[in-house]
Design a protein around this ligand. Sequence first.
Ligand code: GLP
Length: 245
Amino acid sequence: MKIYCEKDYKTMSRRAAGILAAQVILKPDCVLGLATGSTPEGAYEELIRRYQAGELDFSKVTSVNLDEYKGLSGDNDQSYRYFMNVHLFNHVNIDKSRTFVPDGLGEDPEKVCADYDEIIRREGPVDLQLLGLGNNGHIGFNEPASVFEKGTHCVDLTESTIEANKRFFEKEEDVPRQAFTMGIGSIMQAKKILIIVSGEGKADIVARAFRGPVTPEVPASILQFHRDVTLVGDEAALGNLMKNY
Ligand code: GLP
């Protein structure tokens, strides 16, 4: 695993954007696996800046996102489709018909999952998968569990995730209780993985995920078995990990 420990959120976002940009430059028709949450916002801003400076061309890029809240439409400002449009897609020349996010409004959850797995199979393999890290070690919305789920599935969000994500909603009751997420098996099939972490609130879980035992109770710990993972974080988030490294 490669680790970049950057001074602060801004420099870590720039580092992450540089890795994503390198992928797009090296393989213009690449498949990017993309993530939501507050951590990637700075990296997306930097990608937009580089696009506006004429350094990047997204016209041949395909993207598959990790997850979506169940019950939210793409125009709901809390949906992950909306997030991706606002934080990246609307500002670069990506072909939106080549950007994929699970269908939060799909009536039949099994069909939503099967359809998304088919998209990943058809468009994949993912060249570079961007990941954030949940406070409880989740990646995408793969919550701590007794097994690693392989494919796309519908999850019941844990209380700690609902608590962490309520900051984006007006009221806690508005936070959806379920979500669709790409499975651990699909995430692990990406050729390269870039995981980004920021803030001291993540320091303990980062150390558990990357120094602790590999267990579905800390879903991100499976990344220890992937052959090409780059961890980019700020000093606050990587502090505990670097101490023992
Ligand atoms: C959500 C997303 C994850 C994300 C996590 C961390 O639950 N489903 O993909 O990594 O939040 O979010 P943040 O970056 O805001 O800490």
